[in-house]
Design a binder for this molecule. Structure first.
Ligand SMILES: *[C@@H]1O[C@H](CO)[C@@H](O)[C@H](O)[C@H]1NC(C)=O
Ligand SMILES: *[C@@H]1O[C@H](CO)[C@@H](O)[C@H](O)[C@H]1NC(C)=O
Ligand SMILES: *[C@@H]1O[C@H](CO)[C@@H](O)[C@H](O)[C@H]1NC(C)=O
Length: 509
């Protein structure tokens, strides 16, 4: 767990900027001079430090194949004598995201019992700060007071003779509510990153192992009161129920109860998340996303599928798939969809998430030309086009729009987060529109994790990258959030036609 001092300055500046702007994005930051790191595609030879073979072994401890039942934290937390003094085990780890077995908690402090501290992640790598802007320099801040390392010999004196066992898998979200209360940040970064790192435990020659990875029993938000983690559109909460139907959401009140018990608690298996730590990874200075550090962890192909399938299962009773021809294998029917003619239901579905009722949007006439060009594709018999206005639809209707789509199209914005519920398929793609010259990695990164191809359309120019390659740096210009983003409708239509009509062997990853 060596730190990388040369990069720390740049990264800290970047972190502070992120915290100071309170926007989805950083102002433009040059990435020149930073190392080029290869994207770690599934099956590549890259492993992060602590995953790979170690984690496969650990997964055997985990009663794979059985879904751990949640403990009822409200009433019957089992007070089982638990042998203290055994070393913490690291299942997988990267900056800001760690899978830790036997993490102790007492009086609001996490204790890591270890006889070999040097082999473990540093505090700063697990949790650095609670997202506050600190006036301290980086060197003053060696990690939060929240974590302490003790030796097995010390543990009895500090932790006592026994602990209350919190069984199963606990996702410990060690962040204040600020970024949690946002659909993209919560689902596309916190949860996706945690699940990605956790899913590395299911790396195996047996690709179906990912389907039996136990779901988390609880999410713990120690620094969140009441509904502070919920987003304005109110997607975060209901989606949690759909993804993890029996998960407990544990917030500051229960955290306070744990402190007041005066005893020691031990989490059988925890997955810790901290935004500031995540941003300290050198990979974060390439993509400027919280998720960056997790991209260096090798994970099973389609690691996200258990979650998409769970959500789909709860909504439709099955998980829609799309065939190699781009056609939906079956389409959920429900939504009063004014655009659906019903005639073309067996054609590939292109969903254009219009932002024309919001601030950041296309020039109105360009939007109209784009819609006309898409309607021509329908007349040609290339695809069915849906143009939902997400903010007017219920959650179920919103997900129905993308549940069996092949292509998701939209101006850079939250609507493109819906791609995490679009089935990965040979031709699946996200087409993002940004002003000429601008580039942000948010939805490119989501698409790469989901197994969708990502295309950036800047007016009449299309940019795309193969696995292992990416755009050089981000640029958020003054037009980025404007209401007059230009786009050539015919360029977008040509791109869609090619993606859907080209021969299978020509379709690019
Ligand atoms: C990515 O993984 C490689 C291989 O384990 C490691 O050498 C490198 O330090 C990692 N990079 C980052 C930024 O974590
Ligand atoms: C528990 O933590 C609080 C706040 O950090 C501290 O004031 C108190 O002394 C601690 N109690 C014990 C028993 O260690
Ligand atoms: C957008 O593309 C069109 C067609 O190529 C061109 O005429 C126009 O100048 C471009 N607009 C911008 C803002 O780049």
């Amino acid at each position: 767990m060596r730190r990388q001092p040369a990069l720390v300055g740049a990264v800290v500046t970047a972190c502070l900027l992120l915290l100071a702007t309170n926007s989805d994005h950083w102002r433009s930051i040059s990435t020149r001079g930073l190392p080029t790191l290869r994207w770690s595609a599934p099956q590549s030879e890259l492993y992060s430090n602590l995953c790979g073979p170690t984690s496969i072994q650990n997964s055997e401890d985990l009663r794979l194949g059985t879904r751990t039942q949640p403990t009822d934290l409200g009433t019957t937390t089992p007070s089982v004598p638990y042998a203290l003094g055994s070393d913490l085990k690291v299942g997988a780890h990267t900056w800001g995201y760690s899978v830790l077995d036997r993490l102790y908690l007492r009086n609001g402090t996490f204790y890591i019992v270890t006889s070999d501290r040097d082999s473990l992640p540093t505090k700063a790598e697990i949790i650095h700060r609670l997202g506050r802007i600190s006036t301290q320099g980086d060197e003053d801040d060696e990690g939060s007071e929240l974590v302490k390392y003790i030796s097995p010999a010390e543990s009895r004196g500090v932790l006592g003779d026994f602990a209350t066992v919190i069984s199963g898998v606990s996702f410990l979200i060690l962040d204040p509510p600020r970024y949690l209360a946002h659909f993209f940040h919560y689902w596309g970064e916190v949860l996706l990153g945690a699940w990605r790192v956790y899913s590395s435990l299911a790396l195996s020659s047996d690709p179906s192992l990912i389907n039996s990875l136990p779901f988390p029993s609880r999410f713990v938000f120690p620094f969140v009161d009441n509904g502070e983690w919920r987003d304005r559109a109110d997607l975060n909460g209901p989606l949690m129920r759909l993804a993890f139907p029996d998960v407990h959401i544990v917030k500051s009140d229960v955290w306070g109860d744990w402190i007041k018990t005066g005893g020691t608690i031990v989490f059988e298996r925890s997955v810790t998340v901290n935004r500031v730590s995540a941003h300290k990874s050198s990979l974060a200075s390439i993509w400027f996303k919280m998720l960056s550090s997790t991209q260096n962890i090798t994970v099973p192909n389609q690691f996200w599928e258990p979650i998409r399938k769970s959500v789909s299962q709860q909504l439709w009773g099955y998980a829609p798939q799309v065939t190699n021809s781009g056609r939906p294998a079956s389409t959920p029917r429900l939504a009063p969809n004014p655009d659906a003619t019903g005639i073309y239901d067996s054609l590939p579905i292109v969903t254009y998430i219009s932002r024309q009722t919001t601030g950041r949007r296309l020039i109105d006439s360009h939007h109209e030309e784009l819609v006309a060009a898409l309607r021509l594709l329908e007349i040609e018999g290339v695809c069915t086009v849906r143009i939902p206005v997400m903010e007017k639809l219920t959650l179920k209707e919103q997900l129905a729009e993308v549940a069996s789509s092949t292509i998701l199209l939209g101006v850079h914005g939250n609507g493109l987060t819906h791609q995490i519920f679009m089935p990965p398929s040979l031709r699946s793609a996200v087409i993002e529109m940004q002003p000429p010259g601008d580039y942000a990695f948010d939805y490119w990164m989501l698409a790469r994790n989901m197994g969708h191809k990502h295309f950036m359309v800047q007016n009449d120019t299309v940019t795309t990258y193969r696995p292992g390659e990416w755009h050089n740096g981000i640029h958020i210009g003054e037009n980025f959030h404007s209401n007059n983003i230009p786009v050539s409708g015919s360029v977008v239509a040509d791109l869609i036609r090619e993606r859907l009509m080209q021969m299978e062997e020509k379709v690019e990853d």
